[in-house]
Write a protein that binds this ligand. Structure first.
Ligand SMILES: [Zn+2]
Length: 331
């Protein structure tokens, strides 16, 4: 009788232990498959592992976070964009934002401030696109004071001048004085008339050194000179990158292998190389590509714990967005 009691007690204990072990393993596997890193508490055994993995797994499931797209265009001509076939209209733009939960954006005007729609009410801030025409510093300074522009965009390669050209010095001086960032187009050029030697991101290093108080953003991650872009951002505390338009067109129809090879892997590599999640921003280059599929692929390249920085918070630290945006919760 006593022997039977011991046997039953032992079997019950083993059964309970088995269920507990199984559920812990499932929780852990779930967290692992969602791409999280092993929680610190697991390593130090301060708290039971299943408690933290469950919390993390739950928060990881929530992929709806506020997003800021720092590279968009708003010359709404109502024509279809030649690669993506997206109609360039305010309606389509707003639909794209809604799909990707884009709560705020940066619009880049064309050269010499051309081609844009004023959407400041929709938490859009505008960058003045610098062309090759001579720069009217006084006029531009008034626009900055009136908050018509809150950043500059320099079209390296489209304009046949290096980043350190004397032509751009008044722009850097204004950026320093008004504490606004400067974005550079880098890498491949969307027209055969561009000259590639000017769009290599390596040339931005010199400007970053000469203007340490100005924040510079390398657009397109220097694609395909991604190593140069990553090194310039790694070495200079005032240089950031965004990886817009690594692929353009209808990427929702592209094979996963193609998106991995030409977008996810390069971003992953640069993100690792730069070693600072605060240096990375999110941008699409809408209307060259739809926001939601681009965001989905971008998210695959960035660890979940860095999403709020990369897709939202970093942009509010580089650009001057309204408080209602800055104060949005992201987790
Ligand atoms: Zn662009």
């Amino acid at each position: 009788m006593r022997k039977n009691f011991v046997k039953i007690a032992l079997i019950s204990f083993l059964a309970i232990f088995g269920v507990w072990l199984g559920s812990t393993f499932i929780n852990f596997k779930k967290a692992a498959s969602l791409g999280t890193v092993m929680p610190r508490s697991f390593l130090h055994l301060e708290r039971p592992v299943w408690a933290d993995t469950k919390v993390r797994a739950d928060s990881i499931k929530t992929d709806l976070i506020p997003v800021i797209d720092v590279h968009t265009h708003s010359d709404f001509s109502n024509e279809k964009e030649r690669s993506s076939n997206i109609t360039m209209s305010e309606e389509q733009y707003l639909r794209g934002r809604k799909e990707a939960n884009v709560v705020a954006a940066v619009h880049l005007t064309g050269q010499n401030g051309s081609g844009f729609r004023d959407l400041s009410k929709l938490n859009v801030i505008r960058c003045y696109g610098v062309g090759k025409e001579s720069i009217n510093k006084q006029k531009l300074e008034k626009e900055l004071k009136d908050k018509n522009y809150k950043c500059f965009k320099i079209y390296l390669g489209y304009v046949h001048l290096f980043a350190n050209s004397p032509h751009y010095q008044p722009i850097y001086q204004l950026a320093r004085k008004h504490k606004i960032p400067v974005i550079f187009h880098t890498g491949d050029i969307y027209t055969a008339k561009g000259k590639l030697k000017y769009s290599d991101p390596l040339t931005i290093d010199e400007v970053a050194v000469d203007y340490p108080d100005v924040k510079f953003v390398i657009a397109h991650l220097g694609n395909p000179w991604i190593q140069s872009a990553a090194e310039v951002a790694y070495k200079n505390p005032n240089v950031y990158v965004e990886a817009s338009a690594l692929l353009i067109g209808k990427i929702e129809t592209y094979p996963k292998e193609q998106i991995d090879e030409y977008m996810v892997k390069p971003i992953q590599w640069a993100f690792g190389y730069i070693e600072n999640p605060k240096k990375f921003l999110f941008g699409t280059d809408w209307p060259l590509v739809a926001m939601k599929p681009y965001l989905d692929a971008y998210k695959r390249a960035i660890p979940r714990e860095n999403w709020c920085d990369v897709f939202f918070r970093n942009a509010t630290e580089v650009f001057d967005f309204p408080d209602e945006i800055k104060n949005l919760e992201c987790k």
